[in-house]
Design a protein around this ligand. Structure first.
Ligand code: PLP
Length: 374
């Protein structure tokens, strides 16, 4: 019988934490306090501490977090925001929803993260924010970006949707720039049981403004200082996330062990493997390798019971939704090559050593079969 290994296994995770999650859900339902209140405040306090940040503001999703953070930094119609085309579309959608223009720069193919060396060339008088994304949970090389931002007087917002707990040169993601945005989409390293997100910052003024914006611009129940909207986190999701938070550090450590094992077992596979570097403490939201003829490999792995993912198959500059920006295929060659060759292997904390080895053995088999066919 073929052993099936999923890309991630949320049911196994729930089995591990069922009691505390169930108790939290019951507590919220019995309290009948579903909007903001202690559940949200308590989660925000502990999530801020986890990030070693001074403030955390819970919002409805990672997409909401990006939008609220951009608005907090004053992004408006006509502004430009520099980001990567190798990300989930939420990053640029939030920019577009502000009426601003996403300006893409290419990536470093080794890390799949935006290449800081390419930023300065696209800065214009309209540029307001640099928005790097810690893709796959791998921290962006932030120091050169922060130096550019200081020189040009720009805000930097981290898209840390995939990177809860990641560390750059010993500093935790979420504290590296003016603001950071997290997603708690169910499959994230810390995932809700629905949509949820958060913003972190060490700047009290920005925190205050983000808090105002996420809740109808209100200063008291029926007093509204600015026109905003409802971007609140759900109290039920905050309680679930709070119950899961104490496990996150251990889960991230387990993901790191899995990545080390994959890197060891796949060393001679011919695939380009993720870089492991002390200064770039990834939390391995995805373990993404690069291989030519990726679709064929993915199909063969599927036949053998191994589920994989592609993050992401179409860079944003060539998405139909962004045709109006008038980018063309070939504009960001590194992103395009990565999109064609990237493949995410199964990665979740409940994976056993035997399962990691099984995935590696099957992949090595598929790759060597292919080499002998060529
Ligand atoms: C890099 C990145 N940014 C933003 C988001 C948006 O988060 P959400 O799905 O919680 O709105 C995601 C989620 O998939 C993401 O991976």
């Amino acid at each position: 019988m073929v052993e099936k290994i999923p890309l991630l296994d949320l049911r196994a995770e729930y089995a591990e934490i069922k009691e505390s999650v169930d108790a939290s859900i019951r507590r919220v339902v019995e309290s009948a306090r579903f909007i903001l209140g202690d559940e949200v405040t308590n989660f925000e306090k502990d999530f801020a501490a986890f990030c070693r940040a001074e403030h955390a503001i819970g919002v409805g999703s990672g997409t909401d977090a990006l939008y609220v953070a951009l608005k907090t930094c004053g992004v408006e119609a006509g502004d430009e925001v520099i980001t990567t085309p190798m990300t989930f579309i939420a990053t640029s959608e939030a920019i577009s929803l502000c009426g601003a223009k996403p300006v893409f720069v290419d990536i470093d193919p080794k890390t799949h993260n935006l290449d800081p060396n390419l930023i300065e060339a696209v800065i214009t008088p309209k540029t307001k924010v640099i928005l790097p994304v810690h893709i796959h949970g791998y921290p962006v090389d932030m120091d050169p970006i922060l130096a550019i931002a200081r020189r040009f007087n720009l805000y930097v917002i981290e898209d840390a949707a995939q990177a809860q707990g990641a560390e750059y040169k010993g500093r935790r993601v979420g504290t590296l720039a003016d603001m950071a945005c997290f997603s708690f989409y169910p499959g994230k390293n810390l995932g809700a049981y629905g949509d949820a997100g958060a913003i972190t910052t060490n700047n009290a003024e920005l925190a205050k403004k983000a808090r105002l914006l996420r809740d109808h611009g209100r200063t008291s129940k029926y007093e509204h200082q600015v026109v905003s909207f409802n971007w609140r986190i759900d109290a039920l999701q905050a309680a679930i996330l709070h119950a899961k938070l104490p496990y996150l550090e251990g889960w991230n450590r387990r993901r790191h062990e899995i990545a080390l094992t994959y890197n060891k077992l796949l060393k001679n596979s011919g695939a380009q493997l993720p870089v492991i570097d002390e200064d770039f403490g990834s939390v391995w939201h995805h373990y993404a390798i690069n291989i030519p003829k990726r679709d064929d490999v993915q199909k063969k792995l599927k036949e053998k019971g191994i589920e994989t993912g592609i993050h992401y198959p179409i860079p944003l500059h060539v998405q139909p939704a962004y045709q109006f920006l008038e980018y063309e295929a070939g504009d960001f060659p590194m992103s395009e090559t990565v999109a064609e060759t990237t493949l995410s292997l199964p990665m979740y904390p409940a994976m056993t050593e035997a399962q990691v080895q099984h995935v590696a053995e099957i992949l090595l088999g598929v790759l060597s079969e292919r080499a002998s066919d060529e």
